[in-house]
Write a protein that binds this ligand. Structure first.
Ligand code: ADE
Length: 445
């Protein structure tokens, strides 16, 4: 039997629950230890009763499936969700360094450089989640945790439903908590843009990091709302002129003219000392990573008796074609169904050499460097993406001299950027892409 340590000694799934790490707006967070592997996790427990009472089941299911797709070094990862008779448990990444809030409460305000570093990480996390349609809606210092290397991890991303209430109109409304970080348009509560509202909260976070206190803080709620509504705040005299100007652009009460994330990435104050987020290598089952081939491409290939080696594209036989498609249904070859995958294919009636040259020619104007090796090609973006430079490996397979299959796969970078690239690239290649016309089958023949 497993040994029970501190706390209530409960076991949930494979996790032994230990001390309480925190108490959020919607339940307690426990330290959990996997009894098989010893791995530590933060386990957030929520009463089912609350969810059913608020008719939030479907929304929560949707949010959970989205959250499982969010993997960013500055976002607390959701690993799994479990349920008992009365509770739902979120198994989350355990973040060792505690809350940034506690650091400010203990040591006071931060120097501009340090505040900027945290803010850059916060914006990286927020931008990544927004690009996946996930909004936080309750960003505040208490939701920013520090890992063992002193980097930020944003908690509760995508779990905003729990801190909201369903009112008679059936819509979500922010639960009565302290609104110090809430954007003016959210207070008015007539519907708002989640991205712009999150950005306002990031502005409040930045102010608190540099000032050591809140920009809007009034004991009386009505007065607090009035101040937020007019963005009535003052920067302390230790803020640099550039920092003041920057914060004023974020704490702009009109969401239509508030600075946007792309504009933040371009601003001088933000760019200073910026380091892009470092992503862990994604575990990938694709054994056939074309990258390897480019490492070997400088090696001398042994050919027979002075024979000049002429490279040829790999040939696909009937079995290969069937294995590329879904069973005997060849429609998988014709791209449409592969839309959301990292691996994409198109067919062409041009020669393999012609396909290679068209692909190279069209990759360059889209901002990609090209390396070729026989009928394989690697495209690498010249600019940084959300998850580093987008890198794509491609290979042309010959089915017959007049019919080839081109396979492309993401070797690095962000999946959404890859999908976007593929759309542009396949449009640019429309002259060589061949699509089967969907003619009705004549069954009389
Ligand atoms: N407190 C709240 N969430 C936490 C987490 N994921 N790790 C550590 N402490 C926390």
């Amino acid at each position: 039997m497993s040994k029970r340590k501190e706390g209530c000694g409960n076991v949930v799934g494979n996790y032994e629950l230990g001390k309480v790490l925190g108490e959020g707006s919607f339940g307690k967070v426990f330290l959990g230890r996997n009894v098989e592997t010893g791995e530590k996790r933060a386990i957030k427990a929520l009463s089912k009763d609350k969810i059913f009472r608020n008719k939030m089941v479907d929304q929560i299911k949707r949010e959970i499936s989205t959250m499982k797709l969010v993997k960013h070094p500055n976002v607390v990862q959701l690993y799994e969700v479990m349920a008992s008779k009365n509770k739902v448990y979120f198994v989350l990444e355990y973040v060792k360094g505690g809350e940034l809030f506690a650091k400010i409460a203990r040591h006071g305000k931060l120097k501009e450089e340090e505040a900027r570093k945290y803010f850059q990480q916060l914006i990286n996390a927020v931008d990544y989640c927004h690009s996946r349609g996930v909004y936080h809606r309750d960003l505040k210092l208490e939701n920013l945790l520090l890992d063992e290397d002193g980097n930020i991890k944003v908690s509760d991303f995508g779990l905003s439903t729990f801190s909201q209430q369903v009112k008679e109109d059936g819509l979500l409304h922010t639960a009565c908590g302290t609104p110090n970080y809430v954007a003016p348009e959210v207070i008015v509560d007539k519907g708002y843009d989640g991205a712009k509202a999150d950005l306002w909260s990031c502005g409040v976070v930045l102010y608190v990091l540099m000032a050591g206190y809140l920009p809007f803080d009034e004991p009386n709620m009505i007065n607090l709302y009035k101040k937020i509504h007019k963005a009535d705040f003052k920067c302390p005299d230790w803020f640099s002129a550039a920092a003041r100007k920057f914060i004023l652009r974020i704490l702009e009460p009109n969401p239509k003219i508030r600075i946007t994330i792309p504009q933040i990435f371009e601003s001088t104050w933000f760019k200073k000392g910026y380091k892009p987020a470092k992503f862990k290598e994604e575990k990938c089952n694709d054994t056939d990573d074309h990258d390897q081939l480019f490492i070997e491409s400088n090696e001398v290939t042994v050919t027979e008796k002075g024979e000049h080696k002429v490279s040829k594209p790999a040939v696909l036989n009937a079995f290969d074609i069937i294995s590329l498609s879904e069973g005997l249904n060849l429609s998988g070859l014709f791209e449409k169904k592969l839309g959301a995958r990292r691996e994409k294919r198109f067919t062409s009636k041009c020669s393999a050499a012609e396909i290679m040259s068209k692909m190279e020619e069209n990759a360059k104007p889209l901002g990609f460097n090209v390396k070729k090796c026989d009928y394989k090609m690697k495209l690498e973006a010249q600019t940084m993406g959300r998850k580093g430079p987008l890198t794509i490996s491609t290979e042309v397979f010959e089915v017959s001299p007049f019919f080839s299959v081109v396979e492309m796969r993401k070797a690095g970078g962000d999946t959404i950027e890859y999908d976007h690239f593929y759309q542009n690239y396949s449009t640019a290649l429309k002259d060589i892409v061949w699509t089967a016309e969907e003619k009705p089958v004549d069954s009389s023949r």
